[in-house]
Design a binder for this molecule. Structure first.
Ligand SMILES: *Cc1c(COP(=O)(O)O)cnc(C)c1O
Length: 423
């Protein structure tokens, strides 16, 4: 199936009991055991089945399979937020004393998680320059568990050289985790370029209507964890909480299995089945929305570029973007809906612009059907120092737009009147 078909059909056939055509919301906490032996076998992972909705749920299962299919992966795990997805993606393989390398251009929440929260539990994040990968090998050592990056950075809008990053990481025996929230699998599928694990904020384009918080981890199941038993000992050594099961010997994708039965089971940021249902509703139209969003955003970017009040426009879809060549390679030239620009007059003009918007909503979110605007330096990135801001690709005059699926003429009309008001 092609991706548009997968978005509507993967992971679900009308279920045999009721023949319900829409994916049912399995609003249940727990699942009945046939007898005590059945319960024991489930807890030992000897048979697979539903136990408790913190660990698995049939509605979430459809979302997991559908997303995995759309990414070209083998298995998925739905969790309660994008932040939980990133946290569990790393905690599945990293522990106190370990480190990982992250590209420095990150979503603000992810930067805080890496720079401030992981160090509290003894896991070090080392930051690399995504535009100069020469420094990457020197940051990897025997305790490095992964290389992490955003395929298209939010809000920087930079495009990463995924294939090159995967080559470097693999040469050092380390997997690559990609936050693919901004392009979505409709525009970019990191597994096709050798990357190993994908994380998503399902909150954004996938659910697509600004109605839920959700996240997902998808496993390509291509990385060879057994080839480096020492580095990935948690996947290769008997797990005490499962009667000595060795995840790489289960015959199941070991990484996503451990993500489910260790971090998710024990820390517990599970996705509510109602949210999985809403995510599935959104996912059905994701390919359609991404087409419109890419068209609209390119139109807005070109319009802003020619506008006298605008100092600069950053959108990888523009012909003169330094990322255009990478964009052509990794997404076929489509740059998704995040665009940033600087208004002449700096911070003050930027604030006036935001305050004058009438159709475009002032908020911190991306990936909605509605067009959205925010000023990262005073909101999502406000805890960052000036140096950290510069490293993240966020200048103080930067206004971020997330363009929606409206008629683009209405969006441009609102932008123009707000630009006039900013002078
Ligand atoms: C929003 C976002 C996240 C965090 O996701 P939540 O669902 O808000 O927890 C992570 N990465 C990117 C690129 C995001 O835009």
């Amino acid at each position: 199936m092609k991706i548009e078909t997968k978005a509507v059909h993967s992971g679900y056939k009308p279920e045999p009991t009721t023949h319900a055509v829409a994916v049912p919301v399995y609003q249940t906490t727990a699942y009945a055991f046939d007898n005590t032996q059945h319960g024991a076998d489930l807890f030992d992972l000897k048979v697979l089945g539903n136990i408790y909705t913190r660990i698995m749920n049939p509605t979430n299962d459809v979302l997991e399979q559908r997303l995995a299919d759309m990414e070209g992966g083998a298995a998925g795990l739905a969790v309660s937020s994008g932040q939980a997805a990133t946290t569990y993606a790393l905690l599945t393989i990293a522990e106190a004393g370990d480190n990982f390398v992250s590209m420095s251009t990150l979503y603000g929440g992810t930067y805080n998680l890496f720079a401030h929260t992981f160090p509290q539990i003894g896991i070090e994040a080392r930051f690399a320059d995504p535009d100069n990968l020469d420094g990457l090998p020197g940051l990897i050592d025997s305790r490095t568990k992964a290389v992490y990056c955003e395929s298209i950075g939010n809000p920087a809008g930079n495009v990463l050289d995924l294939e090159k990053i995967a080559d470097i990481a693999h040469a050092h025996g380390v997997p690559v985790i990609v936050d693919n929230t901004v392009p979505t699998p409709c525009l970019c599928r990191p597994f096709e370029w050798g990357c190993d694990i994908v994380v998503h904020s399902v909150t954004k384009y996938i659910s697509g209507h600004g109605t839920i918080i959700g996240g997902a981890v998808i496993d390509s199941n291509k990385f060879d964890w057994v080839a480096n038993k020492e580095r990935f000992k948690r996947l290769n050594e008997p797990d005490v909480s499962y009667h000595g099961v060795v995840f790489t010997e289960t015959g199941l994708p070991p990484y996503i299995l451990r993500a489910r039965v260790v971090p998710l089971r024990n820390i517990g940021a599970a996705m509510a089945p109602q949210n999985a249902f809403l995510a599935l509703q959104g996912l059905e139209t994701l390919p359609l929305r991404m087409e419109r969003i890419c068209d609209n955003t390119l139109t807005v970017a070109k319009h802003l570029k020619d506008h006298a009040r605008v100092g600069w426009v950053r959108y990888a879809g523009l012909e003169d973007s330094p990322y255009k060549a990478l964009l052509d390679k990794y997404t076929g030239g489509r740059a998704s809906g995040i665009l940033s620009f600087g208004i002449k007059g700096g911070v003050e003009a930027g604030q006036k612009f935001i305050d004058a918007l009438q159709l475009i909503t002032r908020l911190v979110n991306i990936g909605d059907a509605k067009s959205l605007a925010c000023h990262p330096a005073t909101t999502t990135h406000r805890q960052l120092s000036e140096q950290e801001l510069a490293q993240s690709g966020v200048s103080t005059d930067l206004v971020r737009l997330s363009i929606g699926i409206e008629n683009v003429e209405d969006v441009i009309e609102d932008i123009d009147q707000a630009l006039s008001a900013s002078s």
